[in-house]
Design a protein around this ligand. Structure first.
Ligand SMILES: *Cc1c(COP(=O)(O)O)cnc(C)c1O
Length: 386
């Protein structure tokens, strides 16, 4: 590939060389004692990242959507009342997944670029006997950050299982799964976790596992069924060989490496670095005179930014020039606003060089497409804030 382009999209992201090199080895057997130790450690580190010591980790070949699917398949029984608090694209996807397993789904939808006010969530929980509440932590379609702590508290108060879609937040935004009372965190390898695509990751609370164990009906998805996977995860944790489906050995080796690097950086430092990157990018965008899709500074994500195009900007031409300048950005994801905004991912190993190059490419593309601004006014904000 004619590369040296910087991948600044909300996944896959730029991966660290150490992570990529760790997996470039002849594939060991999935029951090799050394690999069993890697798997066991990865399960432990995953719980550390989610700050959920009492949780049960799952590492399975698949994508974030499979992790979402797995939580739904194992926790939903036909007729269960489920509330989806949706802030955009992936909230609506979760509603579809939950319906597949027979859930009776209500959707509380936010205005575009906003969260659903927490009082509205509480009112809805009061009005119905929900078994599960699912929500997106960082909404990848709008760059909205949900108040996971408050939603977790409501889940506890109303005895509702909470599922947090953390595909675009885990290892980038603060999550204290256990303290906040979140029952299931689902994520994937290719975003802030920093490993090439291919791993569905999930941490379930004891309460979620108990709900699964008390099911009256069998899980209607064979591959996702925890009846198959739980003994495998527990076997690896106990350093024993086991098999249900061949684990993606090299990816799990890379996962251990990345999780280890994340914890060595320190979660607090890492979240702070993401906050500074998010702030720098938003300030740069604003200095250029562009608006953000996410209106409220208190509920804005730090793993990505979603700017609106200036009037009359040709989205395709803009992204083309950005690409010619060595940066890959993502277009809009909300179907109704697709050509009105673009998305910049800044998570994982993101540094100042990446941010400067990205804002530089954006400035160039704006200028080339007829937008008037003082060159360098955006990049100055990166220097100032990061
Ligand atoms: C990317 C993403 C997904 C889907 O993950 P895949 O790995 O593409 O299946 C789900 N939810 C959120 C919030 C995401 O950002």
């Amino acid at each position: 590939m004619n590369s040296r382009k910087l991948l600044m999209i909300p996944g896959p992201i730029e991966f660290k060389n150490e992570v990529l090199q760790s997996m470039a080895i002849p594939t060991p057997s999935h029951i090799d004692p050394d690999f069993i130790a890697v798997f066991a450690n990865s399960l432990k580190l995953l719980k550390d990242i989610c700050q959920c010591p009492s949780g049960q980790g799952f590492i399975v070949a698949g994508t974030g959507t499979l992790a979402m699917d797995m939580a739904a398949a194992n926790l939903v029984e036909v007729g269960d009342k489920v509330l989806v608090v949706s802030t955009g694209y992936f909230g609506l996807r979760y509603a579809e997944i939950l319906k597949r397993y027979g859930a009776d789904v209500d959707i509380l939808e936010s205005e575009v670029g906003h969260i659903v006010p927490i009082d509205d969530v509480e009112k809805q929980l009061k009005s119905n006997n929900y078994k599960i509440l699912a929500f997106t932590h960082v909404d990848t379609s709008t760059a909205v950050l949900n108040d996971a702590r408050s939603i977790g508290a409501l889940g506890k108060k109303y005895k509702v299982l909470t599922i947090l879609d953390g595909v675009c937040s885990v290892a980038g935004e603060e999550i204290k799964q256990e303290e906040w009372g979140i029952d299931v965190v689902v994520t994937a390898s290719q975003k802030a976790v920093g490993v090439p695509p291919g791993l569905a990751l999930l941490v379930a609370s004891p309460n979620a596992i108990k709900t699964f164990e008390n099911r009256k009906s069998p899980v209607s998805n064979y591959y996702s069924d925890w009846t198959n996977w739980l003994p495998i995860m527990q076997a690896y944790e106990n350093r024993q060989a086991s098999y249900f489906g061949t684990p993606p050995v090299n990816l799990i080796i890379a996962l251990e490496k990345s999780l280890d690097l994340i914890l060595k950086e320190g979660l607090e430092h890492r979240f702070d670095r993401h906050k500074r990157a998010g702030k720098a990018m938003r300030e740069a965008i604003k200095a250029l005179g562009l608006e953000l899709l996410t209106k409220n500074a208190e509920t804005v994500a730090n793993t990505l930014t979603a700017p609106l195009y200036p009037k009359n900007m040709d989205a395709k031409a803009f992204l083309q020039v950005v690409g010619d300048n060595g940066i890959v950005l993502a277009g809009g994801l909300l179907p109704e606003l697709k050509d009105n905004y673009f998305r910049i991912g800044h998570m994982g190993s993101i540094n100042k060089t990446d941010l400067l190059a990205t804002v530089g490419a954006i400035e160039t593309a704006l200028k080339r497409n007829g937008y008037q601004h003082e060159l360098g006014i955006g990049t100055a904000q990166v220097i100032k804030h990061f």
